[in-house]
Design a protein around this ligand. Sequence first.
Ligand SMILES: NC(=O)C1=CN([C@@H]2O[C@H](COP(=O)(O)OP(=O)(O)OC[C@H]3O[C@@H](n4cnc5c(N)ncnc54)[C@H](O)[C@@H]3O)[C@@H](O)[C@H]2O)C=CC1
Ligand SMILES: O=C([O-])CC(=O)C(=O)O
Length: 338
Amino acid sequence: MLRSILRSSTSNASRRGFASGASPERKVAILGAAGGIGQPLSLLMKLNPLVTRLALYDIAGTPGVAADVSHINTGSEVVGYMGDENLGKALEGSDVVIIPAGVPRKPGMTRDDLFNINAGIVKSLCTAIAKYCPNALVNMISNPVNSTVPIAAEVFKKAGTYDEKRLFGVTTLDVVRAKTFYAGKAKVNVAEVNVPVVGGHAGITILPLFSQATPKANLSDDEIVALTKRTQDGGTEVVEAKAGKGSATLSMAYAGAVFADACLKGLNGAPDVVECSFVQSTVTELPFFASKVRIGKNGVEEVLGLGALSNFEKEGLEKLKPELKASIEKGIKFAHQN
Ligand SMILES: NC(=O)C1=CN([C@@H]2O[C@H](COP(=O)(O)OP(=O)(O)OC[C@H]3O[C@@H](n4cnc5c(N)ncnc54)[C@H](O)[C@@H]3O)[C@@H](O)[C@H]2O)C=CC1
Ligand SMILES: O=C([O-])CC(=O)C(=O)O
């Protein structure tokens, strides 16, 4: 067991000296830390000055990743944990738990094709979260997000720890893509671009609201249709380009790091922290829905509405509902039956 736990050599004193100044100490755990997303995400979280302790958990490979990342001269302490028997220690005291554990797609597969394997992984990890860090903000990356978030909610409900303010499906990559594609088409500075993306995280359930994109640009209807389709198919574009070697990892690690940073800022009391996320929601008749969310000291402070939609977006919203509803129900059913 000892061999599976690797501590960084950074001293407490130097850690405090380097760390986050007046910010409170924050522990972040990454579950699936040795994977394609997990490794670059571990790197990016090691670079985040709001993190004081970084727990890297996986079923294999974490000693190496933790040793590697721990040599970076930023303030946080890095500890690697490997194997189920060390999951509790990885989670204890965590403020934010990021979950990129599970299998990725291969060409020809949908995200839902990952359900059979990933549902069980998510269920067991969330059972441990309920036991060891029930107050953590959970950032669910594992696909299919449209089902894994409802599974997590049911696991937490069963354990008596569910707080809808603390459970987030990470849809930030859809926003990252929408911003990039819009900036390219509209020929505006990508750093200034904002595009809300609502709905869910699979195919047509991903609904970018380009009518609300800023800075405003005069794009034709055809251009908006093409941008929407490219955003919806962004994951597949990467899966096909990787030709059997997995799905988005680097852009996802970036997106995961952006979202976790927003959670840390919100927890620390920063004002106006708003990101899109797939959360428990009353924005539509569906129990979970992605939209802009204000994040604060308790997690979700406010689920923001959709704003004015174009006719094209209104149609997209109605079209996505049956698929999203079915994915949510599939997750809930799985959690009840297993
Ligand atoms: N939400 C989003 O926007 C995105 C989600 N994803 C999803 O993220 C997941 C991970 O993708 P990759 O990192 O590319 O896969 P990967 O296969 O490279 O890494 C997954 C890691 O999870 C670990 N793992 C498996 N079972 C585990 C368990 N019970 N506990 C802890 N770790 C466990 C594996 O050992 C592996 O290191 C996939 O489900 C993928 O579809 C990927 C891209 C974007
Ligand atoms: O497409 C996939 O399977 C991975 C994913 O969720 C994304 O890249 O958006």
